[in-house]
Write a protein that binds this ligand. Structure first.
Ligand code: MG
Length: 120
């Protein structure tokens, strides 16, 4: 069975464009509004972990796991839409940051150490 849509961020971006256009919602999707919506969805995600010892899978029942799954999707969808509005190629930006993080945190130097780069 094939997926209904290509497994790419670009395909996801196109779906969000169509979804918003069909509802005439682009007018509300300013970068500021999308950034705020993203922040709200992150808070909704975090709420599922509130007061749990670690948030590991075995601490979440099925309902909470489903909630986490949906909030992760909400976060991704707003992230994709915000990146679209800001003309950011999200995949390229993520790869760039991974390269930068690799330089900032060389494995040989930081292995097993969670301190921030400026604390070494
Ligand atoms: Mg949500």
């Amino acid at each position: 069975m094939t997926a209904p849509h290509p497994d790419t961020l670009t395909a996801l971006r196109d779906l969000t464009r169509t979804f918003a256009a069909e509802r005439d919602w682009q007018q509300f999707h300013t970068p500021k509004n999308l950034a705020m919506a993203l922040s709200v969805e992150v808070a909704e995600l975090v709420e599922h972990f509130q007061w749990l010892p670690t948030g590991a899978l075995d601490e979440l029942d099925e309902r909470k796991r489903e909630g986490v799954r949906h909030e992760l999707a909400d976060v991704l969808l707003y992230l994709v839409q915000l990146a679209d509005k800001m003309d950011v190629d999200l995949r390229e930006a993520a790869l760039e940051k991974m390269r930068m993080n690799g330089e900032k945190y060389p494995a040989a130097r930081v292995k097993g150490d969670a301190r921030k780069y400026d604390e070494y």
